[in-house]
Design a protein around this ligand. Structure first.
Ligand code: SF4
Length: 237
């Protein structure tokens, strides 16, 4: 799998390869079980039930790094953050920021396109309880590292959604940029900002989970602030 990731010539090649990954037995079993049993509301739909690739153009200047696909969201529709409430909040904010052509993302063929922005996750398969193990995170990391490598020429800012994604960024510095991560590691927080030499800036943002958005811990205005800062740092109009 590591070799397959490293060989990916471009994002299309990488997206195809990651969609065919079976490296984590627990996650493979879970993604397929969810796709077979389904949620009652989606019982007439064919679930994707496979790893979910990234979304967005090759020349992205902003990356949004999430945790992992949702069982009945990305694992159902085959597109990241698509088909669940987390995605509703995220894509509405991207649309307000001018980074998405429409405010909703409901299915892989709904016409959504992103501008200057690539979205991907630290772990590409839906995990039980949204909790990948450290071993699964590490097994999946080569996909993330190659994806960042492929957009490295234009990438200027990474928005980490939540502490898991924030922590998953540091190994990228070593693997992709050949730089030693800072010690001690900067602490995750909403609005946290870390910058290094010749590497993308890192912004922290609370995850767009239902738990955060329903309780008001993360509001649309807070998301707007994060994407305004990301655009400023990335030089995106
Ligand atoms: S989590 Fe990543 S490494 Fe594991 S099976 Fe899914 S795509 Fe492959």
């Amino acid at each position: 799998m590591v070799a397959r990731a490293a060989r990916a010539a471009d994002l299309a090649d990488l997206d195809g390869a990651v969609s065919d990954c079976f490296a984590c037995p627990r996650l493979v079993a879970w993604r397929e079980e969810v796709a077979r049993v389904k949620r009652a509301a989606f019982r007439d739909q064919d679930y994707w039930g496979r790893p979910v690739p990234g979304l967005g153009p090759q020349d992205a200047r902003i990356a949004i790094l999430g945790l992992a696909p949702a069982a009945h969201g990305g694992n159902r529709t085959g597109r990241i953050f698509t088909g669940d409430r987390s995605g509703d909040v995220l894509f509405a904010a991207l649309h307000r920021a001018g980074l998405a052509n429409q405010p909703t993302s409901v299915s892989a063929d709904d016409g959504l396109t992103l501008r200057d922005t690539r979205i991907f996750a630290a772990v590409r398969c839906a995990p039980p309880d949204n909790k990948p193990t450290p071993a699964e995170r590490d097994t999946c990391a080569p996909w993330l590292h190659r994806e960042v490598e492929l957009i490295r020429p234009t990438l200027r800012v990474v928005v980490a959604l939540g502490a898991f994604a924030w922590a998953a960024w540091w190994p990228v510095l070593r693997q992709v940029y050949g730089q030693r991560p800072p010690t001690p590691r900067p602490v995750f927080g909403h609005g946290a900002h870390w910058s290094g030499e010749s590497v993308p800036a890192l912004l922290g943002c609370y995850h767009v989970s239902q738990q955060n958005t329903f309780t008001g811990r993360l509001t649309p205005a807070m998301l707007d602030d994060v994407f305004t800062r990301a655009k400023d740092l990335a030089g995106v109009d």
